[in-house]
Design a protein around this ligand. Structure first.
Ligand code: AMP
Ligand code: MG
Length: 443
């Protein structure tokens, strides 16, 4: 509020007043009042439900194209089409043990060792009755050999001669070609998220490159004159920009390519310039703060002037009511409330499913799990609540308990939160034990 000081008989906007007496008349500075009158006429967005908002977001989020990427660089990417094995896995019949390749037969046989099959270097000679070949784990079974006997079950009786201590069944200790994966079999489905196991399977099945979903380019913009970069000293009234790093990290964790975070001053021209550049370079723009109804909230009018189409503003959600979503020439724009928890919640409920859909991940639209509330929760009559909860599993299933105070500025209760528990709007209290749906948190 700059030079203005709130004292008796004077109020800043949003009623920072000295004491609460109903019916008092207070003097508010003129330019602020003018804004407030304008806002009072234009605001009070009609709230839609979380499910409606999410469906609207998803109706605009389409999978980006696919691109070939060297298989070893595809960790956390999403496979764009089914992968079939180029050949059998393992590709050859190989030994499962260090020992001797032999013909099948009884114990006590004396055999002459005629060669060696090493991993990567097959034996030059075939095995016939009366002979054996030394063999290592993973080495090719020589022609004529029917089984492998373990080194521990063999006695070396002289130069190049062994005696078998045990009988050997046909096929013993041989890994057959294609025993793991048949040539041509589907090994991974389109939509699979590539983790270390998928990587190993794809490479073993002969893949050099994988066709994976392109990663959306995301810009994160933070509005607020009060914001300072991490670690900067704070003059009076300032706070650190915690949303910037958090939202960038969330988007990165979802698989997006994230541009460096930009700070925007609470100024119409600066907001428009920053947004315009971000819209130009990105497929998703995430703006934090400045989407509410305050005199210094410039995001919505700036977006409108830049030609963005509003899809919704206002969701019956606590925290996160003022969330704005729209599009600009195919770019998705999320205007998230500045309160840190509201930003995390609205990112999780709306931006995350959109990023998943753009990456080609299936099932972006439905909260997957339910849990029982560990404590009673006072319902909000008009809004669904998203509680930060930790989860405990017992014989009856999952129990969700709040991680701490749930106000939208209590950032520390994001720590240890495993999910958002969605408490439906309604009167009175939702008793402990009630079933609620869960939205996992990508925290
Ligand atoms: P706004 O949505 O701009 O009205 O901001 C709501 C609240 O969130 C205010 O207390 C802001 O100071 C705070 N806030 C806004 N942006 C950020 C940010 N990037 N990091 C941390 N807090 C923020
Ligand atoms: Mg602000």
């Amino acid at each position: 509020m700059g030079p203005f000081i709130t004292g008796a008989g004077c109020a800043t906007r949003c009623s920072a007043v000295t004491q609460r007496f109903p019916g008092r008349e207070l003097r508010v500075h003129d330019h602020i009042l003018k804004h407030h009158r304008r806002q009072s006429r234009a605001v009070a967005p009609a709230l839609i439900t979380v499910a409606q908002a999410r469906a609207l977001v998803l109706s605009h989020a389409v999978a980006l194209g696919a691109e070939p990427v060297p298989a070893q660089d595809t960790l956390d990417r999403v496979l764009a089409r089914d992968l079939r094995a180029a050949g059998p896995v393992p590709p050859l019949a190989a030994s499962a043990m260090d020992g001797y390749a032999v013909s099948a037969g009884g114990a006590g046989r004396m055999l002459e060792v005629v060669g060696e099959s090493r991993a990567g270097t097959p034996a030059g000679t075939a095995v016939v009755a009366g002979t054996a070949a030394r063999i290592s784990t993973g080495a090719v079974i020589p022609d004529g050999a029917e089984a492998v006997i373990r080194q521990e079950d063999v006695e070396v009786v002289g130069a190049g001669r062994i005696k078998l201590r045990t009988p050997v069944a046909s096929g013993a200790n041989i890994r057959r070609a294609g025993e793991d994966i048949r040539a041509g079999a589907r090994v991974l489905r389109a939509g699979a998220l590539i983790g270390p196991a998928e990587l190993a399977v794809a490479v073993a099945a002969g893949a050099r490159q994988l066709l994976v979903g392109r990663r959306p380019i995301v810009s994160v913009l933070c509005t607020g004159d009060e914001l300072r970069a991490p670690g900067e000293p704070l003059p009076p009234g300032a706070i650190h920009n915690s949303n910037g790093p958090m939202l960038a990290a969330l988007a990165r964790r979802c698989g997006a390519l994230v541009e460096p975070v930009q700070l925007l001053r609470d100024d119409r021209a600066a907001t428009e310039t920053g947004l315009s550049a971000a819209l130009e370079r990105s497929e998703v723009v995430i703006v934090s703060g400045g989407v509410s109804v305050g005199p210094h909230d410039h995001v919505k009018p700036a977006l409108a002037d830049l030609g963005a189409q509003k899809v919704f503003w206002g969701v019956a959600l606590q925290p996160g009511k003022p969330v704005w979503f729209g599009t600009h020439e195919g770019t998705l724009v999320f205007g998230l409330p500045g309160n840190p928890v509201s930003a995390a919640v609205t990112f999780t409920l709306f931006a995350w499913p959109a990023l998943r859909a753009m990456l080609g991940l299936p099932g972006a639209d439905a909260p997957a799990q339910t849990a029982r509330l560990g404590v009673p929760v006072a319902r909000n009559p008009g809004r669904e609540q998203a509680l930060r909860v930790r989860l405990e599993r017992d014989a009856h299933g999952l129990t969700a308990s709040p991680t701490g105070p749930q106000a939208s500025h209590i950032l520390s209760s994001l720590l240890g939160a495993q999910a958002l528990a969605l408490v439906p709007a309604g009167e009175g209290e939702l008793p402990a034990g009630s079933e609620v749906s869960l939205q996992p948190l990508p925290l």
